[in-house]
Every structure is written in C-alpha cells, then in structure tokens.
Design a protein around this ligand. Structure first.
Ligand code: SF4
Length: 248
C-alpha cells in the first residue's frame, strides 16, 4: 500500500518457512489462493506505525504478497510477486514473538488472499490491537469487527479510481478510517467532494495524505485549513525520521 512503504528492517524476520522458497516462487503470486491454512507473505517486521490513527506506536507489520491494482505512486511493488508460504498459526506465533501490542496487516492488497480473514481473526483472538490496510477495491464486510480497517479511496491521480468499491463505505464505523492519497489540487478537490457527498467524516476518521513529490505537505495543510475540512492531515513518519533511507 502506499505510501505504504514502511520502515523495512534490514533483515526481514521471516523465520518460519513451511515450503522451500524456490517452490513458492514458482507459483503464480498476483492473487494467490491456497487450499491450506496458509498465506503468501512478503515480509514480517517491527517498526513504528507511520500512518493513520495508531501512528507512532511500535507495530508488527505483516505484508501479504499480491495486489491487483497498480497505483501510480505505489512504493511497495516488491510485494506484487514472490513471497513465501506461511502457515497462519506460524504467522501469529511470529507476530507474538515480536513482543509488541499493535499489528498491522498490509500488502500489496491483503484481502486478495481470502484466508487473510482467518489471520485477522486469530490475531484478534490473541489479544492484539489489529489494523488492516486495504486498497478499498475489495469487499471488507467479512473482516472481523475487532479489526480497525484503513480503507483507501483511490483518487483520479492514482490511476485506479475505477477500482473503488463504494459499497464498502456504508459498512465503515468510527473504528475504521478512510484514507486519500492526493497527487494534485484536482485530487484534493475530488476528495473534498467525496467527503461532502458521502458525509464520510460522520462515519469514520478521514485521512488526507500528500503523495510524495507531487503535493507538498505544507500546500495540503494550507488547503485543509483554508477549507476548514473535517479531515485529518497526515504525513508518513518515516520520511520525517529517516528521509527515505533505504531499509528503514
Ligand atoms: S493498492 Fe496495490 S498498487 Fe496501490 S499502492 Fe497499494 S499495493 Fe501499491
């Protein structure tokens, strides 16, 4: 997910392979389904949550492999293919072993693998604070209600606006968040219109984030203040902390 590039540890902590990597890599990975209780994973690592309502908390990230979208600003294209099969119980064990309370299931598009729903349920059962980052292109209705869903609305500048599943919007609650990544003033005006038309702020927290090198953070902040928009400005913390240093 955008700006969904996180602070990747230099050594991803994938330690519980259940099939050889070479065998997994030979399988189609764009949208992977398995008859077994397992998921294809790109990486599991601990860092600071850089976005959304839990920004700043130490968080375990579970990045699932595969995404059907190709957003213009995507910086996690490395999650489109490859990955390693993990048993779902092994994923939960690895997350618990990281020793932090927050876990974020992300991608790629995590819901592209149907058994992601099982993983989310098991992480909640384990007593963790669980969030899900999703493109907004797939149905979120079956996600465990204990999960905080961070759902994108893709703008015209993303190149993937036609994939927005607007049927998701009435399903969202105060527990969830709706996120826009803005590539231009035109995107901003489109997003502002969507907030008003669907009264999104009355349903969930609305997040506006600038797309790197396309809209300056200050410019976006000024627009929001000028319009008195009921949305929350956000920047990715890793750009402030590590200035895009590779591996963070
Ligand atoms: S939805 Fe897919 S293509 Fe778009 S930013 Fe997220 S991972 Fe990248």
């Amino acid at each position: 997910m955008l700006g969904y590039r996180r602070f990747r540890s230099r050594t991803p902590t994938i330690t519980a392979m259940t099939v050889p990597l070479s065998a997994a890599a030979a399988l189609p990975s764009e949208i992977v389904q398995s008859p077994l209780p397992r998921l294809k994973i790109t990486e599991i690592f601990t860092s600071l949550q850089g976005e959304a309502d839990t920004a700043g908390w130490p968080t375990v990230f579970v990045r699932l492999t595969g995404c059907q979208l190709r957003c213009t600003y995507c910086d996690t294209a490395y999650a489109f293919h490859g990955g390693t099969w993990w048993d779902i119980d092994a994923i939960v064990a690895e997350v618990l072993a990281q020793g932090v309370h927050h876990v974020c299931v992300t991608g790629g598009e995590p819901l592209a693998q149907k058994r992601c729903l099982v993983l989310l349920e098991k992480l909640c059962d384990a007593g963790l604070d669980v969030s899900l980052e999703t493109s907004g292109a797939l149905d979120v209705s079956a996600v465990d209600p204990r999960v905080s869903r961070v759902v994108d609305l893709k703008t015209p500048g993303s190149g993937e606006m036609a994939r927005n599943r607007l049927e998701n919007l009435p399903l969202l609650t105060r527990r969830d968040q709706i996120k826009f990544v803005l590539c231009s003033r035109e995107d901003y005006e489109w997003a502002r219109g969507m907030v008003a038309e669907h009264r999104l702020n009355e349903r969930s927290m609305v997040l506006f984030s600038p797309s790197k090198d396309q809209v300056s953070p200050r410019q976006l902040a000024d627009w929001i203040v000028e319009d008195r928009l009921p949305v929350r400005f956000q920047m990715q913390l890793h750009k402030l902390l590590w200035n895009d240093e590779p591996g963070r």
